[in-house]
Write a protein that binds this ligand. Structure first.
Ligand code: PLP
Length: 284
């Protein structure tokens, strides 16, 4: 398999960055993950717009235009014969000579790496069965709207989920669900209102979340962007998560307690179908 590192396409075994890279030393970097279906990028414009916003918020300069970045992603998908999966992209503030916290001089070029992984998102078994989630305290910093590579809190949250046999961890702050370790969180209330937390500094503005909210609104489905508690989730008819790597994925239990009848619900199935249609229709 081939990775992209600072202008070159190289085998994974040769894909390397410096030990002085600020991504490694300080988590001074931004990442993006876009899905690939039938060899095409899903919702690419949305991911690239978020990339531009994230790098802007940390005053990091992209080494290539986003148009060129998309071309490189497509080239990497081609070189890896990737049909279904994901493209991972990371940009860091580059490798300076030492370990100064302040930004390096302007001549230090940012690091850009990409690699792909295979995943059949459409036919993943968990799409039918749903997943269990656990809840953990949200111990992250206060700029979660920036897609930073500083993911230690999510590593610990998702490890706790894995140890509990759960597929995701919902992070809790002030009694409310913020989001999943790597996904946006939704519930469907008893009266069929779709609820997901409003965007702000407390969560990452999910690209899949954004598309699902828009698609639901276009179909006159009732949707409220507000925070919800675990108690509300437990009393809900359905729950689900969204992300580039699962699309729309049913949640059938929270902390071992069944949601609704303990099966993936009809609204979740419908939104998944609607999203997959959107994804295929807009793929590039
Ligand atoms: N929230 C967090 C913390 C994430 O890490 C992710 C994706 O990795 C998401 C939400 C979902 O975002 P997207 O739909 O853009 O993949």
């Amino acid at each position: 398999k081939i990775a992209y590192v600072n202008g070159s396409f190289v085998p994974h075994s040769e894909a390397k960055v410096s030990v002085f890279d600020r991504g490694f030393l300080f988590a001074d970097g931004i990442y993006e993950v876009a899905a690939v279906l039938d060899g095409k990028l899903i919702d690419s414009a949305s991911h690239l717009a978020r990339l531009e916003r994230s790098v802007g918020e940390i005053k990091l300069k992209l080494p290539e235009s986003v148009a060129r970045i998309e071309e490189i992603q497509k080239e990497l998908v081609r070189r890896n014969d990737l049909v279904n999966g994901m493209v991972y992209l990371e940009v860091t503030r580059g490798a300076d000579k030492g370990r100064d916290f302040a930004f390096p001089k302007a001549d230090v070029k940012s690091t850009l790496v990409m690699f792909t992984s295979e995943k059949d998102i459409i036919n993943a078994p968990s799409a039918r069965t749903g997943i269990n989630v656990i809840t953990v305290p949200d111990i992250r910093w206060t700029r979660r709207d920036i897609k930073s590579v500083a993911l230690l809190a999510q590593v610990l949250a998702k490890q706790a989920a894995a140890e509990a046999g759960a597929g995701e961890a919902w992070m809790i702050e002030d009694g409310k669900v913020t989001e999943g370790g790597s996904s946006s969180a939704f519930i469907v209330t008893r009266d069929d209102v779709i609820v997901t937390r409003q965007n702000g500094n407390e969560i990452l503005p999910g690209c899949t979340r954004k598309a699902v909210v828009k698609l639901a609104e276009e179909r006159q489905l009732r949707i409220e962007e507000r925070a919800f508690t675990v108690e509300e989730a437990l009393a809900a008819k359905e729950a689900f998560i969204t992300s580039a790597s699962v699309f729309v994925q049913g949640v059938v239990a929270v902390d071992g307690k069944a949601i609704g009848n303990g099966k993936v619900g009809p609204m979740t199935d419908r939104l998944r179908e609607i999203y997959v249609d959107f994804a295929k229709a807009t793929a590039v």
